[in-house]
Design a protein around this ligand. Structure first.
Ligand code: KG4
Length: 340
């Protein structure tokens, strides 16, 4: 039973992250966020790339140090190839290539979305290990994606439903922005929603066939609703912020759950998981737990720190690809847009 140690690198958006995984067990996971974007109300790609360049070496050094290993013990380096911001991806890709070349170890490319799903297989030292059983369904909800994925095996996944426009995280963030909340708005909506009445306002839900999602209609509906009410009442938002957040969150959750239930019914799969940044949402977690009881699902929700962008999920994916000897050469280039 040889020890496999993977260094994972994630730089797809605005978090620079490095992690060390030994077999399936996490040894370290360092994430450096970027504050520069806050004042712009969204990620500025050029600033993100520059911050990645500044962060990457200290972040990797710290991950190796915290893991208590030596550089020479690393079996392979895995990096996020895409999807994401091209300039950001380039920093992680170039670093990983250089590290692989200098250390004489294999290079492994990882799809960021596959990483979100495989985060469910990260083992923590001295903790119970309860990964999902194949086949399972994964509701992947993040700032850039909303998908239902049928996972047959570690590296065998199929997208069976996905958003045709905005992602669920975008719906949270964009609606939060028009309410004047800071970026990213998702966590703020979550916090305020806890104090509000989710049935106070009703917003539109998409009517689209199959297992696909759509959130742009809701966003427009929310914007017009605020605009109309602000005409009558200039302090409409301040007065109703908590109910607005609660009602908006309920609508997003209802949309997400409706298709997930449909997918579970269609496939007959009761092993259900969730991944991506929006899975941190407390309302979504509660709704999933309720559905799990009602429909006898075996529900797995990853630990909070592995649902957001992080390199631990890239390292664990790298581990499974290492076992399959799925390596890439120095000619590999990042992809801004890739499918699973
Ligand atoms: O997976 P992630 O870290 O990266 C991207 O794919 O961008 O997801 C970030 C997204 C953002 O849209 C953020 O607002 C949302 O996840 N998010 C939340 C919560 N925490 C993060 N949305 C709703 N409620 C939360 N508690």
């Amino acid at each position: 039973n040889k020890e496999i140690i993977i260094l994972g690198i994630e730089s797809s958006c605005d978090d620079t992250s490095a992690a060390i995984i030994k077999n399936r067990t996490i040894l370290s996971n360092v994430v450096a966020g970027q504050k520069v974007h806050e004042e712009y109300g969204g990620v500025v790609p050029e600033l993100a790339s520059r911050a990645h360049q500044q962060n990457i070496i200290p972040v990797v050094d710290l991950a190796i140090k915290r893991a208590g290993i030596l550089k020479k013990d690393i079996s392979a380096v895995a990096f996020t190839r895409g999807p994401g911001l091209l300039g950001s991806l380039l920093v992680g890709t170039s670093f990983a290539k250089g590290f692989s070349l200098a250390s004489g170890i294999p290079l492994i490319e990882v799809n960021h979305l596959q990483g979100h799903v495989l985060a469910l297989f990260i083992n923590e030292k001295d903790k119970e290990y309860n990964p999902p059983q194949f086949p399972f369904l994964c509701l992947l909800v993040s700032g850039g994606n909303s998908q239902i994925i049928l996972v047959r095996d570690y590296l065998d996944m199929e997208v069976i439903g996905q958003t045709i426009d905005d992602a669920a995280g975008e719906a949270f963030d964009k609606c939060a922005k028009v309410m004047g909340l800071p970026y990213p708005g998702g966590p703020h909506v979550d916090r305020l929603a806890k104090l509000g009445n989710p049935d106070r306002f009703e917003f539109s839900k998409p009517r689209i066939p199959n297992l696909d999602y759509s959130f742009s209609g809701l966003k427009t509906n929310f914007l017009y609703f605020l605009r109309d009410n602000l005409k009558e009442e200039p302090d409409f938002i301040e007065k109703n912020q908590e109910d607005l957040c609660a009602s908006l969150q309920k609508t997003i959750i209802d949309i997400l759950l409706a298709k997930l239930k449909k997918a579970a019914k269609q496939t007959g799969i009761k092993e259900i998981t969730v991944a991506g940044g929006v899975s941190a949402n407390s309302g979504l977690r509660n709704a999933l737990q309720k559905s799990a009881k009602k429909y006898h699902w075996n529900l797995q929700i990853p630990k909070f720190e592995y649902t957001m962008d992080n390199a631990a999920m890239i390292a664990i994916t790298g581990y499974f690809k290492f076992l399959n000897k799925e390596f890439v050469g120095q000619n590999v280039v990042p992809f801004a847009r890739t499918q699973l």
